[in-house]
Design a binder for this molecule. Structure first.
Ligand code: ZN
Ligand code: ZN
Length: 307
């Protein structure tokens, strides 16, 4: 999709950033020479930029993301009571998109009024996907039968809204895949398995149902070879990367607050796993995101600094 002639690639596989003098070809300062910083072209497919962890430096955090090469963020909304919390970011920043849904942790709080609210949010132009929704049997913050009911109800609502779904599934793959097979596959809308922690077979079944598989900071952890093996075996066309920030910081920042700029570390970890240079892995996952959500290249940005 888009013009390959304008595609920007780092010139060496070993450095994330390449700097050279470029000629500005469009824009108000046509003809002026500018310093163009070429770097990884990244998409963070899942971040909670609305959360209070960013209250003290949110604008700087977003600027760091852009400086690191993050061209798009899919901002995930909050819990019942703040389901709309990602939309203001998407409506203020062209490069940010929004999702909203009731997380399995909060399934026990779901009411018909919340479903009505989500239905209205799903009509907003920058709303890309319904989620995160799913099942979490690790924490069991809501009873499992309630999680399953609220997950199923939201699948039906997302189908009605014609939106893909962002799936949160932890230690619940058998039930999750059965519910998707029964209530979602026939929609043809697909979605994203976010912060993927399943097996190759579970990921493969997702791709069969039109899902992309998104890897987060946990794929960088030394003990996560099993996840890296899954990432090496799935089709490159089905891979996304994300931070799930402020949670789950990748290895060099492990234990600290995570932020969208750190999605570069996920790309750097997965690149050798796929026998690719970091810029190639980053560009491929970014293209997957734009293709799946039907976003144009014009939504992509590259950082330009006046020279
Ligand atoms: Zn999640
Ligand atoms: Zn999340």
């Amino acid at each position: 999709m888009g013009s390959s002639a304008r595609q920007v690639r780092a010139s060496t596989p070993h450095s994330a950033t390449t700097v050279f003098q470029g000629q500005e070809s469009s824009g108000r300062r046509h003809g002026q020479r500018r310093l163009v910083i070429m770097q990884l072209e990244l998409v963070d497919s899942h971040a909670h930029v609305d959360m209070s962890e960013f209250d003290s430096d949110r604008a700087d955090m977003l600027a760091r993301a852009q400086a690191a090469g993050v061209r798009n963020i899919l901002a995930i909304g909050g819990a019942p009571g703040s389901l709309d919390s990602a939309l203001p970011f998407a409506e203020r920043y062209e490069w940010i998109y929004a999702a909203a849904g009731i997380h399995p942790h909060e399934a026990k709080l779901a009411t018909p009024a919340h479903y009505d609210e989500l239905g209205n949010l799903a009509k907003r132009p920058k709303f890309l996907a319904w989620g995160e929704i799913g099942l979490d049997y690790h924490y069991d913050h809501s009873p499992r039968d309630v999680q399953q009911r609220v997950f199923t109800e939201q699948l039906e609502l997302a189908r009605g809204a014609g939106r893909p779904v962002i799936i949160h599934c932890r230690e619940a793959w058998r039930d999750c895949l059965v519910l998707l097979d029964t209530h979602w596959r026939s929609s043809g809308l697909g979605g994203v398995f976010h912060c993927f922690s399943g097996t190759f077979e579970e990921g493969r079944r997702g791709t069969e149902m039109g899902f992309l598989i998104s890897f987060a900071g946990n794929v960088t952890f030394p003990k996560a070879q099993n996840l890296r093996d899954v990432a090496s075996a799935l089709p490159l066309e089905s891979l996304l990367i994300e931070t799930d920030s402020p949670f789950l910081a990748p290895q060099p920042f492990r234990g600290r607050r995570n932020e969208p700029a750190f999605v570069a570390e996920v790309a750097r970890t997965l690149a050798p796993v796929r026998n690719l240079a970091p810029d190639e892995l980053a560009a491929a996952t970014s293209a997957n995101f734009r293709r799946f959500f039907r976003l144009s290249e014009t939504n992509s940005r590259r950082l330009q600094v006046r020279g």
